[in-house]
Ligand binder design. Structure first.
Ligand code: DP6
Length: 367
């Protein structure tokens, strides 16, 4: 987070030079996040139908470097390399993003932009990478805008702009701009919350038991997602349970904020698991219908619940729009839960793969 604190000054210096001399590079590391209250359904221009809440991870991240220089043609040129190889799909996605919101990105119009991106997690791990990659894209663009002389004034406003652009690229990405627990969506409980960008929850509102929570991601299947996010969200348009779901998410959010503040693990577990199963329930009973859990997903859930009951260890599971299981638990139970994963759950994982992660500190800028 260092640059954003220093960069307004830097931006002013650069602004006084002419555009032809603008060149340099920007390098961000941006982590993924795991939603506890799920964003599922959107309206208007990338606005959520209900508020969502996640925590940012520490070890699953995208690193993106943006090299910029004046374009030889006078028009914007974009190149994109993923893990060292040119990637046309990602390049086209960025071009489309910049062209969809031309008034936001005029400062890029005469530049040659070269992106290099890598993920810390394997491409085939079935982990959604749009949150970290689009978060990284947004932060690279914010840093570039600053170097082009754009100054949003207050630091907070600069971060909000990054979250706002990340949201336009991918909803869940707007939460990855901050570390810790992050809310996206206007809720009456938090006056500064907004549908336009995410808001980090203050540490005072998070009980110490949740501060260094762990997330072990069990890779049940690394296959491509059967339904894209865009198509998934669209399933909520005209869904018979849509309104009830949006109301439930608001209620869950209020209850989860209380549980996080009070250190109420029991309430946390109930809400978080219900959110995951509701997400899958909504997909199962939409038109068309999708079953994204695999038999091994259910087997793991059953084992986790038995383990919790028998050992009285407060763990919870959550799921994204896919078969992989996120096992969530307080750091104090790290050893017991990891032993249990190694002894009982690893056999359900594809090629015995899992990733141990935890609540993270948020994006990092490399100078
Ligand atoms: C199930 O953020 O991937 O992970 O805005 O279309 O890019 P787009 O959708 P995306 O949706 C994420 C859905 C989810 C729940 C969540 O992260 O809140």
């Amino acid at each position: 987070m260092a640059l954003l604190q220093q960069s307004p000054k830097f931006a002013t210096t650069i602004a006084s030079t002419s555009l032809e001399h603008q060149q340099g590079h920007i390098h961000w590391r941006v982590p993924s996040n795991i939603a506890l209250i799920k964003y599922w359904g959107k309206r208007g221009v990338q606005l959520p139908q209900n508020p969502s809440l996640s925590f940012t991870l520490q070890h699953a991240y995208t690193e993106m470097q943006l090299d910029f220089r004046p374009s030889s043609t006078g028009k914007r040129i974009v190149e994109f390399y993923f893990e060292g190889m040119p990637n046309e799909k990602f390049r086209a996605k960025i071009v489309q993003f910049l062209e969809t919101y031309p008034e936001e990105f005029t400062f890029t119009e005469k530049l040659h932009l070269t992106f290099h991106s890598i993920n810390s997690f394997p491409h085939s791990a079935g982990i959604a990478s749009s949150a970290s990659s689009m978060g990284a894209l947004a932060l690279c663009l914010v840093s570039l805008a600053q170097k082009c002389g754009i100054d949003w004034g207050r630091l907070e406003t600069t971060w909000q702009k990054a979250s706002y652009w990340a949201r336009l690229a991918s909803g869940s990405a707007c939460r990855s701009i901050y570390g810790g627990y992050v809310l996206w969506g206007a809720v009456p409980e938090l006056p500064h919350s907004s549908d336009l960008y995410a808001l980090p929850l203050s540490q005072e509102n998070i009980h110490p038991i949740f501060a260094n929570f762990c997330d072990s991601i069990l890779i049940i299947s690394a296959e491509e997602k059967a339904v894209s996010s865009r198509a998934g969200h669209a399933l909520m348009n005209g869904h018979p349970f849509a309104e009830a779901r949006y109301q439930q998410a608001r209620t869950h959010l209020k209850q989860l904020l209380e549980a996080l503040a009070m250190g109420n693990l029991e309430k946390f577990i109930t809400i978080v698991e219900n959110e995951a199963l509701t997400l899958h329930g909504l997909m199962m009973n939409s038109y068309p219908s999708f079953i994204l859990m695999k038999p091994a997903t259910l087997a793991v859930i059953e084992q986790l619940r038995n383990f919790r009951r028998q050992r009285e260890i407060p763990l919870a599971f959550t799921l994204d729009a896919g078969p992989n299981v996120h096992v969530l638990y307080p750091a104090a139970f790290r050893q017991e839960v990891r032993n249990f994963i190694d002894e009982e759950l690893v056999k359900y994982c594809q090629q015995n793969r899992y990733i141990h992660d935890e609540v993270g500190t948020g994006p990092i800028l490399f100078q």
